[in-house]
Every structure is written in structure tokens, then in C-alpha cells.
Write a protein of this length. Structure first.
Length: 383
């Protein structure tokens, strides 16, 4: 039995991971989890999984009375502590945003296995996560569908054999539509192929999500930006591909459902012995692949520039994204005006090479304040 700590159990990726734990109760046990503000779901999960540890944003006096056997912890300290628990060798991070960085680092500083969907932590602090994994004997297994596909395809291959890694992108809801003032929030939140949390759905419509995934792949596979290609693949069935110097292409396909990468990541290094959620049927749909339109999706181009310049800019990119998406969801900025804010902040932010952890954490905070101030200052011009 493998004891699992799940960070972000009440979110979209969290619920896919819970489905795996539910499906294999003899193999995995939910030893502890973190939620944040969703108390109803937290109560339901405690009843179903009887965990030993639960972390919430803040104290709720009724919960320790309702569940006296559970140890409750709170806030950022709780998040850090739950990653250290020695009885649980595996931590799955389905946290959103830079909040996931310190818990991921804490997990690896304790020599554990980190299964990670939280791309902002990898993009901003991936170098430190890799260093910690090496130093303390931990491991990093990606959970994002594209990166899990690449992780699987690369297995057993030498780095010199790899010519290019390919991340596929659905193209989002505006692949075949102009991006202009007529776009509504409802349209942005209607992803054509994936059912995901609101934040990543907006990020996918902008294709900034794919830009972050390019940097995520650089961190995970230690390859430069120009070896990581993005191809639009509207069917979202092939998640990643690699081309080798010998001219072979290897593609990995499965349905667009986060339970597939979750299943494979949790079973790794073993291969799952069955496919409990069905399989990809190659006779169902033809597969298309084509180059993205970098003019129509300028944030994909900007992310590539940020990837090349590196330093603090990946952190700034994530920070701007967190704030801008939140402001978009609160109707404070129109969808088609979002790229301008990114361009402004990235161009203005003073970059440095090889930042330390502390400098990254400060840049995250500063860039968030700067972005919020800019959006507030521009007010109606952005709506
Ligand atoms: N959704 C997908 O299909 C998908 C696919 C690939 C990769 N990813 C990546 O996976 C990550 C999670 O995405 P998601 O869509 O699952 O997000 P989500 O649905 O918004 O879930 C976020 C989780 O984090 C918790 N949370 C919120 N604020 C927090 C804070 N300040 N500190 C600690 N916990 C906090 C939430 O708790 P409460 O709900 O209780 O407040 C929830 O459990 C992102 O980095 C995303 O890019 C997502």
C-alpha cells in the first residue's frame, strides 16, 4: 500500500487523482490531502477516504469536532508540513499557481517522489526542484498530459537520440475564430476538448498555457527552447511526440481525460495492468497536426521569448498570468486586451540571470502587484 499526500484535492486535477485512488484501494491510500476554501468537498472527502492529515486555508472550529481522528493544519505552514510526513513517500501536487512551489520543494528536500501537475512551480523554480531531487534522492514525475506523454516516450532513450519534443495543443475555442471584442466569458470557458479548472481553461484559450508548457518541458527534460515544438492538434488525442535523430517519430495517444496521465504517473515506474477508463480508438477520428499561428496567439510567441531569456521572466510570466486571469474572471479586463498587459509588464520588468530562490519569490510578489496596479489604473480602457 502506497500512502499518498494529495495537494489540491478539491480541484480539477485533484479529482482525477482521487479517481485513481478510488479505483485501486488496495494499492493507494489517501493518507493526507490539502484543500483550501471548499469546505463541503473537504467534508465529503474526509468521510470517503478517512485521511490522517488535512490542510485548509484557515481554522474551522466544527471540523476537528466532527472528525476527531484527523489532524488538521492550516495555511502555508500546514502546506509545508504535510509534505514532510515520513509515512507518505509520494506527494501529488495539483495546486494552482506559485503557491505550489514551496510545497514541491519541501517534498523533494525530504527525498520523496513528487508527481506534479502544478506547472507554475516548475516554470518558475524548476531548476531548484531538479537540484533538490538530485541532492536528496527524490524524483519528479510530470502529471500534465503532454509532459507525462513525453516522459513515457523518452524512457529508455539517450538524450543525444532526441531531435525534438512535440507538445500538442488543441488550439482552444478560438482556433477557427477571430479574437476580438465580441468574445464572451462563456465562450472562453467552453474548451472544445478538455474539461478543466477555470484558470487553465482561460490560459488554453490564450495559448499561454502552451507557452508555459514549453518552459515546463525545458525544466523537466533539460532541453533548450528550440528543441521543443508546439503543434496544433484539434482532436487532443495525441498528447506528445518525440522525433529521433534516426528519423523516427513516436506519438502517444489516449482520450482527453486527466485520469489517463494520473493513472500512469501514480503507477510509474510500473505500467498499469489495465485501462479502467477505456482506451483511445484509432478508427474513430482522423488526426490533424499543424503549426500554431503565432500572430493570432501572441502570448505563445512571448512565452518562447521568455523561455530564451529565462532568469526572472518565467516567474513574471506566471505571476502576470495568475492576476490577469483572475481579473478576467471578475470582468475587469476583456479577453482580447489581455496580451497587451503581458507585453507591457514583461518588457518593463528588470531581469537578472541565475536568480536565487528568494529573488524568484520576490519577483512573483512584485509582478503580481505591478499587474494588478496596471489593470486598476487602466480601468475602463481594458473592459
Ligand atoms: N485542470 C486540468 O485538467 C489540468 C491539466 C494539466 C495541468 N493542470 C495544472 O494543474 C494545476 C491545477 O489545476 P486545476 O485546474 O486542477 O486547478 P483548480 O481546479 O483551480 O484547483 C486548485 C486547487 O488548489 C487549491 N487552492 C486554491 N488556492 C490555494 C492556495 N492559495 N493555497 C493552496 N491551495 C489552494 C484549491 O482548493 P479549494 O478549491 O478548496 O479552494 C484546489 O484544490 C495548474 O497548475 C494547472 O495548470 C491542470
Amino acid at each position: 500500500m502506497e500512502n499518498i499526500i494529495l495537494l489540491g484535492a478539491t480541484g480539477s486535477v485533484g479529482s482525477s487523482v482521487l479517481d485513481i485512488i478510488r479505483t485501486y484501494p488496495k494499492r493507494f491510500s489517501l493518507y493526507g490531502f490539502t484543500s483550501w476554501s471548499n469546505i463541503d468537498k473537504t467534508v465529503a472527502l474526509i468521510k470517503e477516504f478517512s485521511p490522517k492529515y488535512v490542510v485548509l486555508k484557515e481554522k474551522h472550529d466544527s471540523l476537528p469536532l466532527l472528525f476527531p481522528k484527523v489532524e488538521f493544519m492550516y495555511g502555508e505552514e500546514g502546506l509545508k508540513y504535510i509534505c514532510q510526513i515520513s509515512d507518505a513517500p509520494t506527494v501529488v501536487s495539483a495546486l494552482l499557481g506559485m503557491n505550489g512551489f514551496i510545497p514541491a520543494l519541501e517534498t523533494l528536500n525530504h527525498g520523496k517522489k513528487l508527481i506534479i501537475a502544478n506547472k507554475e512551480a516548475l516554470v518558475s523554480g524548476g531548476k531548484f526542484l531538479q537540484e533538490s531531487a538530485k541532492k536528496y534522492g527524490g524524483s519528479i514525475i510530470p502529471l500534465d498530459s503532454e509532459h507525462l506523454a513525453l516522459f513515457d516516450l523518452i524512457r529508455g532513450k539517450q538524450k543525444q537520440e532526441i531531435k525534438e519534443l512535440v507538445l500538442t495543443a488543441s488550439g482552444g475555442p478560438f482556433l477557427y475564430r477571430d479574437i476580438d471584442a465580441r468574445i464572451t466569458k462563456k465562450e472562453v470557458l467552453k474548451h472544445p476538448t478538455w474539461n478543466m479548472g477555470a484558470s487553465i481553461t482561460v490560459g488554453s484559450a490564450l495559448m499561454i498555457n502552451k507557452g508555459l508548457e514549453v518552459i515546463e518541458a525545458m525544466r523537466l527534460f533539460d532541453l533548450p527552447e528550440n528543441q521543443i515544438k508546439v503543434l496544433v492538434h484539434p482532436q487532443s488525442l495525441v498528447h506528445g511526440a518525440i522525433s529521433t535523430i534516426g528519423g523516427h517519430w513516436h506519438l502517444l495517444a489516449s482520450p482527453a481525460d486527466m485520469r489517463y496521465p494520473a493513472l500512469h504517473a501514480l503507477f510509474y515506474p510500473e505500467t498499469p495492468f489495465e485501462a479502467p477508463f477505456g482506451e483511445y480508438d484509432p478508427t474513430l477520428k482522423s488526426l490533424e497536426f499543424f503549426e500554431p499561428d503565432y500572430n493570432k496567439f501572441p502570448l505563445l510567441a512571448l512565452s518562447r521569448q521568455v523561455a530564451r531569456e529565462d532568469g526572472l521572466l518565467p516567474t513574471v510570466l506566471c505571476a502576470v498570468m495568475e492576476v490577469v486571469i483572475e481579473q478576467f474572471l471578475q470582468d475587469n479586463i476583456a479577453f482580447h486586451k489581455i496580451p497587451d498587459i503581458f507585453q507591457e509588464i514583461i518588457q518593463e520588468y528588470p531581469n537578472i540571470t541565475n536568480p536565487e530562490i528568494e529573488e524568484i519569490l520576490i519577483a512573483d510578489k512584485k509582478a503580481k502587484i505591478l499587474t494588478l496596479e496596471r489593470i486598476t489604473y487602466k480601468g475602463n480602457d481594458l473592459r
